[in-house]
Design a protein around this ligand. Structure first.
Ligand code: NAP
Length: 341
């Protein structure tokens, strides 16, 4: 990467925005300039970046003038309004919200899986849902070798998947529990998250699935470029601050041994294999936090079907599940010379 670029981080005061800013510092990203945008609520606050206090300013049309790459992580309706405005101003927007993910004109990209889709962009590239990203990074090398037919996945999703308010809700409920006080009325989650696993993330659809679950179905097919892959998801919120864990069962076209799967995953980009059950070594949220990889372990064959493998998969939802994936896309845009000069 050589050319330096003008970047705007939109949603800079949020949980994902915070990690994007950390990554721009940590990865020696080739920045010519950076601006930090959020809502009116954050106006006047500052962000410390490369030793300087930088102001957060509200999103306006003029804020995008001269910006080449926008890293956006705002709620869907805000992205829907502002990402096209930023794109019309000449920037390429990497958008973390769900607003554009299933738009046929918008590439939905995980760089380890479908980097070739980046070049199709028309100004906006969508970052997939956090639960989907870690699953497809783990599935890709297995799919290339033995073709995935069906995935049954149960997620154990951290509260930071619901942003700053989700983190705050677990903190306040934990503090009340420790003090022996009544748990405050939940605002972000439908029930108390402390002491519970909630089998509901986002709203229910008439089918009985939630919107979060259907994201895993549709996004997996779009990213993998294979509409025949069946996904049966159950998405669960758990009282864990950071990192999503997933129990995944995969049916392949042919039998695949545990040894072959281990070897494929050990050599796959973005995957770290942690699979030594005899020494109690398997992926843990507390080990994955702040890391960029997808961690896979507990690989085992189904007891009745040699074409089915089961494994455990953990990744930091704010890093690879959001910010890291977006920054990797931005780095690819620069490498492939896909931004305006
Ligand atoms: N959290 C995850 O693990 C994760 C993973 C993948 C994708 N995503 C997606 O990323 C997006 C951000 O998630 P998050 O977890 O970072 O949420 P968050 O912590 O709630 O942050 C939201 C950000 O959006 C800004 N914002 C809200 N309303 C705005 C408005 N009216 N105008 C301008 N800016 C506004 C907020 O600014 P203020 O602070 O000024 O209100 C804040 O910077 C969402 O679309 C989410 O679905 C999140």
């Amino acid at each position: 990467m050589s050319a330096e670029v003008h970047v705007a981080v939109v949603g800079a005061s949020g949980a994902v925005g915070d990690r994007m800013i950390q990554l721009l510092e940590q990865r020696a990203f080739p920045l010519k300039s950076v601006k930090f945008l959020a809502s009116e609520r954050s106006a006047g606050k500052t962000i410390r970046f490369r030793g300087e206090e930088c102001p957060i300013t509200p999103i306006t049309e003029s804020a995008f003038r001269g910006v080449q790459i926008v890293l956006s992580s705002t709620p869907g309706p805000i992205s829907k309004e502002w990402s096209p405005i930023a794109a019309r101003a000449g920037a390429v927007v990497v958008d973390n919200s769900s607003a554009f993910r299933m738009d046929p004109d918008v590439p939905l990209v995980v760089p380890e899986v479908n980097p070739h889709h980046i070049a199709r962009h028309k100004g906006i590239i969508a970052n997939p849902n956090c639960s989907t990203i870690q699953m497809v990074v783990a599935l890709k090398p297995l799919h290339d070798a033995a073709r995935v037919k069906r995935v049954i996945v149960s997620t154990y999703q951290s509260v930071s998947g619901a942003g700053m308010k989700g983190i705050h809700e677990l903190e306040t409920q934990s503090a009340a529990t420790v003090r022996g006080e009544a748990i405050p009325v939940p605002e972000k989650f439908p029930h108390p998250i402390i002491g519970n696993c909630l089998p509901q993330i986002d709203d229910f659809l008439p089918s009985g699935y939630t919107k979060e679950e259907m994201k895993m179905v549709h996004e997996t097919r779009k990213i993998m470029g294979d509409d025949t892959i069946d996904v049966s998801p159950t998405c669960v919120r758990v009282p864990v601050p950071f990192c999503h864990s997933e129990s995944i069962s995969v049916e392949f076209e042919r039998a695949i041994s545990v040894e072959e799967a281990r070897s494929l995953l050990a050599n796959a980009p973005g995957v770290t294999l942690v699979d030594d059950p005899a020494h109690k070594k398997y992926p843990l949220a507390t080990d994955a936090v702040g890391r960029d990889d997808v961690f896979v372990g507990r690989i085992r064959q189904d007891l009745s079907n040699p074409r089915v493998l089961l494994f455990w998969c953990v990744s930091d939802n704010l890093r690879k599940g959001a910010a890291t994936n977006a920054v990797q896309i931005a780095e690819e845009l620069i490498k492939q010379n896909l931004i305006r000069s």
